[in-house]
Design a binder for this molecule. Structure first.
Ligand code: SF4
Length: 425
């Protein structure tokens, strides 16, 4: 590992992965805010690693960076694995803090997303992460958003210190079962990761309870108030979506976890999984949509509809799949249905359902155009609704029969990549 290379070269290496890591199949995340488009010309900080994010503290643009891309682990799917040849470097905590504060001063970012490989002992890496946090919070009095990825195998006191200083902490679980994790990451233990996650999660819950009881808020010691996140690699193991959703639900039930991240596996050049097929990006999207149903739409895990193999059907989003499987619940009458029924209609999100409930008491809703004005996606919702007892149209039977096979191309071509998704989630 070359720790003495010029800073600009270090940044090139440690930030390049972030530019290619975004959820789902869309390319929106690559579009930079106008003022960042020429940031590359200004200095070593490349703009690709900066990403807009909505958080509890409002909108933040995160500078996403690796502390080091060196790693002693040899996970089969990872581009940073020990046996893979690539330029390796690291930023010392002081260097990293200086770079971030300079970018922050120039207005390029308002928060930090920090992740890292694990060269040597996890406890040493955790010490360095804690040093970064302490420099930011204690020495430089930085009170903004900081998301840090913990490394598995840390000491309990380290987990508590990191969680106390970060706005959000996260942990990569990678797989929902210990045995499947062992197939792709033989040196990792799901039990160890879950233990670390549980310790941080309990602290988040504790800190929130103390705040709710009136403890004055200290922005320099937020205690993970934005909640934890966890990440799974999807399709690298035979685990079904049903198993993933079950694990996520089990972990949510304990509190303190904000949401899960799902990263569709894609094969990385010069790794043992180079020849393994990529998971469809749409599978990742369907898992995120299901996660929303569980967290924001009042769905229970036992209501999610899976196919015969225990996976989410790709042809329709999971709410439409559920609606098509439950004709007895439709049509829903716009004028009288409670919020809980409206929000289960495909094309009606929580915002539109709330507006419908509020507006129908004040004005007379007459047409699809009125519903559109309230945020209803009528092309999807119309078949599932009545207005004053009148149906708009039939359910789209072509959708029900799955005529539109999603990702029909999956598996037809085999691409390999240099960057794995999920590093910066
Ligand atoms: S997944 Fe994490 S621990 Fe495993 S090789 Fe990659 S960086 Fe190292």
């Amino acid at each position: 590992m070359d720790a003495d290379m010029p800073l600009e070269r270090k940044l090139d290496i440690l930030m390049e992965m972030a530019g290619d890591d975004h959820e789902g199949a869309g390319g929106k995340a690559r579009v930079l805010p106008p003022r960042l488009r020429h940031a590359k010309e200004v200095g070593a900080l490349r703009p690709l690693n900066i990403r807009q994010l909505r958080t509890q503290v409002g909108k933040v643009s995160l500078m996403r960076i690796l502390m080091t891309n060196a790693c002693s682990f040899n996970c089969h799917y990872c581009p940073m694995r020990r046996d893979r040849s690539m330029p390796r470097t690291l930023l010392k905590p002081e260097e990293l803090v200086r770079i971030f504060l300079e970018a922050h001063r120039r207005g390029w970012c308002s928060g930090l997303f920090l992740t890292t490989g694990i060269p040597g002992r996890p406890t040493k890496v955790m010490d360095d992460l804690i040093t970064v946090l302490e420099l930011l919070r204690v020495k430089h009095r930085f009170a903004g958003y900081v998301h840090v990825k913990m490394v598995p195998g840390a000491e309990p006191a380290q987990i508590e210190r990191l969680t106390a200083l970060a706005s959000r902490v996260s942990l990569n679980l990678e797989a929902p079962c210990g045995s499947s994790l062992a197939r792709i990451a033989p040196e990792k233990s799901l039990d160890t990761a879950l233990e670390s996650l549980d310790r941080a999660r309990r602290q988040v819950v504790r800190e929130r309870e103390e705040k709710a009881m009136g403890r004055p808020a200290d922005p320099l010691r937020p205690g993970g108030t934005s909640g934890m996140t966890m990440q799974f690699v999807v399709g690298a193991t035979p685990d079904s979506d049903r198993t993933l959703v079950g694990k996520v639900t089990e972990l949510y039930a304990k509190g303190g976890i904000h949401h899960a991240h799902f990263s569709a596996f894609r094969p990385i050049r010069e790794t043992p999984m180079e020849e393994a097929p990529a998971a469809p990006a749409l599978r990742e999207v369907r898992l995120y949509q299901t996660d929303y149903l569980l967290r924001q739409y009042g769905f229970g895990a036992d209501e999610v509809v899976f196919d015969g193999k225990g996976n989410l059907p790709l042809a329709n989003d999971p709410k439409t799949t559920w609606a098509l499987a439950h004709p007895e619940r439709f049509p829903v009458e716009v004028r009288t249905a409670p919020y809980e029924e409206l929000v289960r209609v495909p094309g009606i999100g929580p915002g539109a359902a709330k507006k419908l409930v509020a507006e129908r008491g004040r004005t007379v809703l007459r047409s699809l155009a009125d519903l559109r004005g309230l945020g209803v996606v009528t092309t999807r919702a119309a078949g599932f609704l009545t207005l004053n007892g009148r149906r708009f149209q039939d359910v789209r039977w072509a959708e029900q029969l799955g005529f539109w096979g999603a990702d029909d191309d999956t598996g037809r071509h085999h691409f390999t990549y240099d960057v794995s998704p999920g590093t910066f989630r």
